[in-house]
Design a binder for this molecule. Structure first.
Ligand code: C5P
Length: 243
């Protein structure tokens, strides 16, 4: 099963804080850095360039959701950046997902780089059954909705989904072996949960079949981010066991 190095969520407000983290995290194996809305909307492409300059693979987590034409054009711009992973909301429907994928591929082709892997957001972990039924008026259960979105994403050719490690089993029941499950909500055993409600450890995410874990604050707010990253990386990749 394909397993990626951990993705470190660089959720900080300033360029200097981000660069300090990039400089610290230039270790082997080099993590994938996840740049989200806060950093990208605040600083723009420069932050992606700073990460790439240091050899990082980049997960640009912008969760696109708009009409197909707009998503197509926005994804083309993202594709031109030469990043490695990016995200889109499955709720936008097949036409929007197909347009996003096409835009991403066109942008990458124009720039002469490999297209990023496109991951679907199914249901945000902040959505619970009550919101789903009472506000979104969806009749399916939360997990059925997640399964349905994962199937849709796979059908139109996306590489995988971002999901909770608790959802992997249900997603694997309805998707193929190569479909990626990228899982945030990870906490090393001793770390505090922050605002994550249901967390799993890196080792448990590995056992559950996660292809890649996203870890933010337990690494970025640690007094020793490198040691924290290396601990997470060893627990997730468990190289000893795989030899
Ligand atoms: O600091 P922490 O490890 O909680 O960061 C997790 C990262 O994963 C954040 O960037 C957050 O936005 C993202 N994420 C999440 N849960 C989801 C989707 C994304 O925590 N369902």
């Amino acid at each position: 099963m394909k397993r990626f190095v951990p993705m470190v969520a660089i959720d900080v407000a300033t360029k200097q804080e981000a660069i300090d983290l990039f400089d610290k995290l230039m270790v082997k194996p080099q993590p994938i850095v996840k740049i989200g809305m806060e950093l990208y909307y605040g600083l723009g492409q420069v932050i992606v360039k700073e990460a790439k300059k240091r050899g990082f693979k980049v997960f640009l987590d912008l969760k696109l959701y708009d009409i197909p034409n707009t998503v197509h054009r926005a994804m083309a711009a993202i594709g031109r950046l030469g990043i490695d992973f990016t995200t889109i909301h499955a709720a936008g429907g097949s036409e929007m997902l197909i347009a996003g994928l096409a835009g991403l591929e066109e942008g990458a082709k124009e720039a002469g780089v490999e297209p990023a892997k496109l991951l679907a957001i199914t249901q945000l972990t902040s959505i619970d059954e009550k919101i789903l039924h009472e506000q979104q008026h969806v009749d399916l259960s939360l997990i059925e909705s997640v399964q349905s979105y994962a199937q849709l994403a796979e059908k139109v050719g996306l590489a995988g989904v971002v999901c909770s490690a608790h959802e992997i089993k249900a997603i694997r029941e309805v998707t193929g072996d190569d479909f990626l499950c990228v899982t945030p909500g990870i906490r090393p055993t001793h770390a505090i949960k922050d605002d994550q409600k249901r967390v799993v450890t890196p080792a448990q995410a590995r056992i559950d079949g996660s292809n890649a874990i996203v870890v933010g604050r337990p690494i970025t707010q640690s007094f020793d981010p490198v040691a924290a990253y290396q601990e997470v990386q060893k627990a997730f990749l468990n190289e000893e066991e795989e030899k």
